[in-house]
Design a protein around this ligand. Structure first.
Ligand code: NAP
Ligand code: GLV
Length: 306
């Protein structure tokens, strides 16, 4: 069995060593132009040339949850594309989103500003019931986030393409229930895949439908958000703030106004990192399952876009 590794922006050596240790019988090589055909590929944002040359692949494993960069390419038919299914990312995403929600709800930035000036001021507290959180995308990550928020007793709404029933979560689904979902939410968390249907979904119209004092947490992809629309709504006071982990251009260019906006918190695409060892174990397990003709979780539906 031959495995080729082609992951842009990833240091290859630890991955190659991990894959070789987990699959001692396999030939595992770093892809380079003109390399001989492999049976399996482990990829992240590969160039088009990779698929143009690798014409004998049986399955391709992405080392992330989102496959938008992969699905932009001209892909071979009859190849299985498999993404990471949690692999330690769901708990990280739950941590990150709960932290952002609680920081906003408990006004922890205000307290940090006060105490940095030596001010001992107790501000009026808020009612949790007035801060319903809407989670867009109830997949592997969105479900874990919704459950974690429920543990803190926030009212939680969820929106997905198909109907979902989750304990304690008010479910909405489909385009026809989107506006009702937005109107029922004050804090909005985006965990949708980036597809033709979801690009630019966080825009002036949709964000204006949130409850007064709306707050946006985007942890999915930068192209979900129309940057200028967010800035207009923040500057008008229609939105209270935003926490953004993902951007249209990454790294976020230094001239971008998000860097300096007082009500935007940014992090460098770090809310849920790929954990190498867990991911290798998952990928190796799925290679074996596919080899036995068994179904695997995280199989990408190329037509659907995620
Ligand atoms: P997933 O399991 O595929 O879940 C996707 C969810 O979105 C599903 O509930 C799906 O609905 C819903 N959805 C898709 N298209 C929709 C539409 N048009 N309208 C309404 N709902 C729609 O994906 P995941 O593993 O949770 O990951 C979600 C995304 O998080 C990834 O695609 C990636 O972009 C992002 N991500 C970011 C980071 C980071 O560090 N910032 C890390 C990992 C992942 P159904 O349930 O009905 O199919
Ligand atoms: C990271 O953004 C991922 O999709 O895994």
């Amino acid at each position: 069995m031959k495995i080729t590794f082609c992951c842009t922006g990833t240091e290859p050596e630890p991955w190659l060593a991990g894959l070789r240790a987990a699959l001692p019988q396999a030939e595992v090589e770093l892809w380079q132009a003109g390399a001989s055909p492999a049976d399996y590929a482990v990829v992240w944002a590969p160039p088009q040339q990779f698929f143009d040359e690798q014409v004998q692949l049986k399955a391709v494993f992405a080392i992330g949850a989102g496959v938008d960069a992969l699905l932009k390419l001209r892909l071979p038919a009859e190849v299985s594309f498999v993404r990471l299914d949690d692999a330690g990312m769901a708990v990280q995403m739950a941590e990150y989103v709960c932290h952002a929600v609680i920081r906003h709800f408990r006004e922890l930035d205000l307290y940090a500003a006060d105490t940095s000036q030596g001010r001992w001021t107790v501000h009026p507290s808020h009612q949790r019931a007035d801060f319903p959180v809407g989670v867009m995308g109830l997949g592997v990550l969105g479900q874990r986030v919704a459950q974690a928020l429920r543990h803190f007793e926030f009212p939680v709404n969820g929106w997905s393409r198909t109907a979902k029933e989750l304990d304690g979560v008010h479910g909405f689904h489909g385009a026809e229930q989107f506006n009702a979902f937005l109107a029922a939410s004050r804090i909005l968390v985006n965990l949708l895949p980036l597809t033709a249907e979801t690009v630019n979904i966080l825009n002036r119209d949709t964000l204006s439908r949130l409850q007064p004092g709306g707050y946006v947490i985007n942890v999915a992809r930068g192209a979900h958000l129309v940057d200028d629309d967010l800035l207009v709504l923040l500057n008008r006071g229609q939105l209270a703030g935003a926490t953004l982990d993902v951007f249209r251009t990454e790294p976020l260019p230094l001239a971008h106004p998000f860097w300096r906006h007082p009500r935007i918190t940014i992090t460098p695409h770090t809310s849920a990192r790929t954990l190498r060892e867990t991911s290798i174990a998952q990928i190796v397990g799925k290679m074996a399952a596919l080899g036995r003709g068994e179904p695997v979780a995280g199989l990408v539906d190329v037509g659907r876009g995620y």
